[in-house]
Design a protein around this ligand. Structure first.
Ligand SMILES: *Cc1c(COP(=O)(O)O)cnc(C)c1O
Length: 403
């Protein structure tokens, strides 16, 4: 007999650090947009592990690439070369138009790596006095959970009790180019920003914001770092969300779906001289750029493009958003999103999004509440129109009270 869901949940509560409060669904299998719990109930995954499984659960080609590579060579460290790293560089550089690539593991490590590189660039190239480099970030940002990163978070839960923090960061409101310009000084080395603020509740900046930001960065010799760890790799209906804005970042951070959910793989992509400042011994990672990660990432990128997932995200995302916007529900304050990065914000009187996520769970849809009143909807990019229709039936039942 398999261990029951109740026992597994109790064991987690007894032994695990209580740093997450998941829905009480214990999953044991996934395929495409679907996941199954230990009792065999099926759910449509509308979170996709925060957009790490854009390619769908257990994509067979990524699985095959992983198994094949795992049987040959998994880890060499960067003390020696491996035969997958150069191919990964080649393919991701060609796909994204980057000139330099730094492979890491988690998203937070990619962010930390970019912060390190851009500070060094500031001192060595821009000529900022030693120790004075400033990086501008946005209110309500989410860039990960490491100490360096939570130090410039504005979320009291993320930073409270974890100080002291590193200096050198300035916070400005997201979507306000005037405030950004006012914060720039001769010591500003970078602006680190998400194209759409995901964890903040899928916040889309005003039209033209990023065009202005791009111009200001160029004019003031400030490196524009776009954190596309969540928005990138097809989620918004483009390979990178920057394409919606008609701009190019100097440094782009990707992670999450870079492995299709098989393995932590992230990367710093640079089309300026920023990564060029790193010399041997100045930065590294035991697992970064390992052959298993590279083989998995190569296939994750290949299927994303070859199987039309990016176009599908655009098509099904537009359809899904229009259907959600058409729901006649007095619970809903706003529906927003881009591609398959969607959010339904409820009125405060609705009593919080969590209860609706629990109601959706009972009907076979897994979605995540965020910031109290918002339901995030981000299914794998392989979702079909029929599956959107089925999901909409469940949303309609829950949001219009016919449940
Ligand atoms: C998830 C996320 C990160 C952090 O990635 P981890 O792999 O959890 O460290 C950073 N930035 C954004 C925008 C994210 O969504």
């Amino acid at each position: 007999m398999a261990t029951s869901a109740t026992t597994l949940i109790e064991t987690e509560a007894r032994l695990g650090a209580y740093n997450y409060k998941p829905l009480d669904v214990v999953l044991s299998r996934g395929e495409g947009v679907w996941v199954w719990d230990v009792d065999g109930n099926r759910y449509l995954d509308c979170l996709s592990a925060y957009s790490a499984v854009n390619q769908g659960h257990c994509h067979p080609k990524i699985l095959a690439a992983m198994v094949e590579q795992a049987q040959k060579l998994t880890l060499t460290s960067r003390a020696f070369r491996n035969d997958q790293l150069a191919l990964f560089y080649d393919e991701i550089a060609a796909l994204t138009g980057s000139h330099k690539v730094l492979p890491m593991n988690s998203g937070a490590e990619a962010v930390e790596s970019a912060v390190k590189a851009v500070r060094k660039w500031g001192y060595e190239v821009k000529g900022v006095p030693d120790g004075q480099a400033e990086i501008i970030v946005c209110e309500n940002n989410f860039h990960g959970r490491t100490l360096g990163i939570v130090g410039f978070s504005t979320d009291p839960d993320a930073r409270g009790g974890f100080g002291p923090f590193a200096p050198g960061f300035k916070v400005v409101p997201f979507g306000d180019a005037t405030a950004f310009e006012a914060a720039i000084t001769p010591n500003t080395v970078a602006f680190l920003v998400e194209p759409i603020q995901g964890e903040a509740g899928v916040m889309i900046p005003p039209a033209g914001y990023f065009k202005t930001v791009r111009e200001l960065c160029t004019r003031h010799n400030v490196t524009l770092i776009l954190d596309e760890i969540q928005t990138g790799l097809g989620r918004t209906g483009k390979l990178l969300a920057e394409a919606h804005e008609g701009i190019e970042a100097d440094v782009t951070l990707v992670g999450k779906a870079l492995s299709g959910g098989f393995y932590p793989v992230s990367a710093v992509l640079s089309n300026s001289e920023v990564l060029g400042v790193l010399k041997p011994g100045q930065h590294g990672s035991t697992f970064g750029g390992n052959p298993l990660a590279c083989a998995v990432a190569r296939m994750a990128l290949k299927v994303l493009v070859e199987e039309g997932m990016i176009e599908n995200a655009e098509r099904q995302g537009a359809y899904f958003q229009a259907e959600l916007a058409g729901l006649r529900s007095n619970l809903i304050r706003e529906v927003r999103g881009r591609g398959l990065m969607l959010a339904v914000e409820l009125h405060p009187e609705a009593g919080g999004a969590r209860r609706y996520c629990e109601a959706l769970q009972k009907r076979g849809v897994l979605a995540k509440d965020t910031h109290g009143d918002t339901i995030r909807i981000a299914p794998p990019l392989v979702i079909t129109r029929d599956q959107v229709d089925w999901a909409m039936e469940q949303f309609a039942a829950v949001m219009t009270g016919t449940a």
